[in-house]
Design a protein around this ligand. Structure first.
Ligand code: PGA
Length: 254
């Protein structure tokens, strides 16, 4: 039984004061005994304040990106080890906005997963195809290349805390959500690849989140699908009530 996982990706929104206000609303609403993983990924400058606010609560905190090294001459980067030191539990790796706007390669996602694991954080690897890749029949090949490349050379025992987020690029921030059947099919493909290439427990335990225009109105039908274990929520996570409605849908779909 995989525990539902709902994550809020706040992207480049909510500076420290606004981020703490949003975090406070979540802290008071999420029961300490909730049978789900709930996490938020504030913008880097807000992570410390949000972490303090959510310390001891059932809502975990993560960073949206990390450097492939723990420290050094990497101007502008974020250290996984330092994120861990201030109380983060998770890190996103390979979000499509990083791949597209920061030329993040498959090799770079692999190095970042190692940095995240070395720091004791849990990676959430994001994969997803563009509209062109889907329309030309390359959706599966694209996401499987992203998955295989990011995990290449990683021993099986390092995969126990990994989660995936399937985020079709054409669905992110567009309001054009993947249908439950389309999302389920890709989740099953990802899980099937893991089952064929890694020990069976990796495929069975690994949580695969769907991301791309998840909202209170579409969450329930997505989260009811057998291979959709949670959601990575962008826009709707900036509103506490919407995010909490999606958490509720995940609990009902578990
Ligand atoms: P969205 O973003 O929910 O606003 O589409 C999802 C994401 O990019 O993680």
């Amino acid at each position: 039984m995989r525990r539902p996982f709902v994550a809020g990706n706040w992207k480049l929104n909510r500076g420290p004061a606004d981020a703490v206000a949003l975090a406070e609303a979540l802290r008071s609403a999420v029961s300490p005994s909730i049978p789900a993983t709930v996490a938020v990924f504030p913008t880097t400058l807000s992570v410390h304040a949000v972490g303090k606010c959510l310390s001891g609560s059932a809502v975990a905190v993560g960073v949206q990106d990390v450097a492939p090294v723990a420290l050094g001459a990497w101007t502008g980067d974020t250290s996984a080890a330092m994120a861990r030191a201030i109380g983060c539990d998770f890190a996103l790796v390979g979000h499509s906005e990083r791949r597209a706007r920061h030329q993040e390669s498959i090799e770079s996602t692999r190095a970042k997963i190692v940095a995240v694991l070395d720091a004791g954080l849990l990676p959430v690897l994001c994969v997803g195809e563009t509209l062109d890749e889907r329309q030309t029949g390359r959706a599966e090949a694209t996401v499987l290349a992203q998955l295989a490349g990011a995990l290449d050379g990683l021993p099986d025992d390092r995969l126990s805390g990994l989660s995936l987020a399937y985020e079709p690029v054409w669905a992110i921030g567009t309001g054009q959500v993947a249908t439950p059947d389309v999302a389920q099919a890709m989740h099953a493909t990802l899980r099937g690849w893991l089952g064929a290439n890694r020990p069976v427990w990796v495929a069975e335990d690994l949580r695969i989140l769907y991301g791309g225009s998840v909202a209170p109105g579409n969450a329930a039908e997505l989260l009811a699908m057998p291979d959709i274990d949670g959601a990575l929520v962008g826009g709707a996570s900036l509103d506490a009530a919407s995010f909490l409605a999606i958490v509720d849908a995940a609990l009902r779909g578990a």
